[in-house]
Write a protein that binds this ligand. Structure first.
Ligand code: NAD
Length: 442
């Protein structure tokens, strides 16, 4: 056993909201310069403790240590980036008759943050850093399966000088603590990352208090490979885009769409890359893919294999204890198949052949989701044409990456509402206030 923790209930959640509410006036009044300095100090503390946090995160959810280290680097960088924000929360002056009109960005108050188990501290940081920079206090509810780094973060925030009550972590069940945050009248906004199903319920429950809501939900993203692409590069990059974090990634490009003339050549490259993925002990530096998060997740992922589409490629997975699942490619798959429609959230990719550009766009958009995606082609005009035609929030051309601290991240359609990261996230943690000052003769 890794750790034994108390499980919070409604009473503890209410107490955390009360602490955040009590801390809000003083935090809001901290000057922009001092708030920036405190966030920089927090980034410094995170940097000093990066290795311990990375090991804790790797053990928290079974992700490879190299990935956990990169993620903790992103956590630090997210606080560093938003440390620049308090002094740049600018308003406008608007020409009107009879006076001076100006806008201000005001904090919301107490915000409730609800996060999933796949990137525990990273996704929490995407929410906490802009929330704090904009002058809010917060209550974070991490996923039940992975609360450890969030709890450790609360300690580090205090150590960095963030006043008590500004950052509060409650670890407990979603249906109890999460639900209470969504319904609590003193919580001004809920920022949620998780499944589309739970997100739908949160949007409904938030309606009763007209709470601000941002939702980062599921995905079923497409990786479009055109015949004129660098097929070796596309095949070499495809596994990490779907098997990274053992496929438990909302951005996983789990539908690989391949133009028919390139299919054989691409599949040969894909087989080489998939069978080379090193699956094993998360604390081994060479490991590229760890186990799944739970027995339930393994069972759910397994239900998509042997359920219609043929298994074309199967990678390696260790025997023995642990929720292992080998990297698996189903091919050929129809976009109507269950495996191509559901977010499997495990290391299972579907290869779907297409005939031409229009067919590729039609298949890629034929999903309820719209989170990320990739386009592989040497034709620049086509790359931009297809990028504009795809109904998805984040697209990479000749690359499989999705997330950067300084650029917006979020989904179209049922992948969510709102954007995280970049300057755009700040807007969702603040209200716009308009002030008119009557001045004779202006
Ligand atoms: P989940 O929806 O089951 O849980 C997410 C969080 O919500 C957890 O903290 C959980 O305790 C809480 N929760 C559960 N029921 C609740 C309720 N009724 N009220 C309030 N909170 C409640 O998701 P998960 O299984 O932890 O994570 C996997 C899902 O997250 C996948 O669908 C994945 O695509 C999605 N995800 C999306 C993004 C993104 O940025 N778009 C990123 C990572 C994960």
């Amino acid at each position: 056993m890794l750790a034994e923790l108390p499980s919070a209930g409604v009473e503890e959640t209410d107490a955390a909201v009360e602490r955040a509410r009590a801390a809000y006036p003083a935090w809001r009044a901290v000057t922009p310069g001092d708030r920036a300095m405190l966030l920089h100090r927090l980034a410094d503390r995170l940097d000093e403790q990066l290795e311990q946090l990375a090991v804790l995160e790797a053990r928290n959810c079974g992700k490879p240590i190299a990935d956990a280290r990169a993620e903790m680097g992103m956590v630090r960088d997210t606080f560093r980036y938003y440390a620049g924000a308090p002094e740049r929360l600018l308003g406008d002056t608007i020409p009107v008759a009879g006076g001076v009109d100006m806008t201000f960005r005001e904090p919301l108050g107490v915000v409730g943050l609800i996060t999933p188990w796949n990137f525990p501290l990273t996704i929490a940081a995407w929410k906490m850093a802009p929330a704090l920079a904009a002058g809010n206090t917060l209550v974070l509810k991490p996923a039940e399966l992975t609360p450890l780094t969030a709890l450790e973060f609360e300690r580090i925030a205090l150590e960095a000088g963030i006043p008590a009550g500004v950052v509060n972590v409650v670890s407990g069940p979603g249906r109890v603590c999460g639900q209470r945050l969504v319904e609590h009248p003193d919580v001004a906004k809920v920022a949620f990352t998780g499944s589309t199903e739970v997100g739908r319920g949160i949007a409904e429950a938030a309606a009763s208090t007209i709470k601000r809501v941002t939702l980062e939900l599921g995905g079923k993203s497409a990786n479009l490979v055109f015949a004129d692409a660098d097929l070796d590069a596309a095949a070499a990059a495809a596994p990490i885009a779907v098997f990274g974090n053992a496929g438990q990634d909302c951005c996983a490009r789990s539908r690989i769409l391949v133009e028919r003339p390139a299919l054989d050549s691409f599949m040969a490259g894909l087989e080489r890359a998939v069978t080379a993925v090193r699956v094993g002990d998360p604390l081994d530096e060479r490991t590229e893919m760890g186990p799944l998060i739970s027995a339930g997740q393994r069972e759910s992922v397994g239900s998509y294999v042997g359920d219609g589409a043929p298994v074309a490629i199967r990678g390696h997975a260790p025997a023995g204890p642990g929720f292992w699942f080998p990297p698996t490619v189903l091919a050929p798959v129809s976009n109507a198949d269950r495996a191509a429609r559901d977010e499997i959230f495990g290391p299972v990719a579907c290869v779907i052949p297409f005939e031409d550009e229009a067919d590729a766009v039609r298949i890629a958009n034929d999903t309820i989701y719209g989170l990320s995606g990739s386009i592989w082609t040497r034709d620049g005009a086509r790359a931009l044409r297809v990028a504009r035609a795809l109904e998805t929030g984040v697209i990479s051309i000749n690359s499989n990456t999705s997330v950067r601290v300084s650029t917006p991240f979020g989904g179209f359609k049922q992948s969510g509402i709102g954007r995280e990261l970049g300057p755009h996230a700040l807007e969702s943690y603040s209200e716009l206030k308009n002030v008119f000052y009557a001045v004779e003769g202006v």
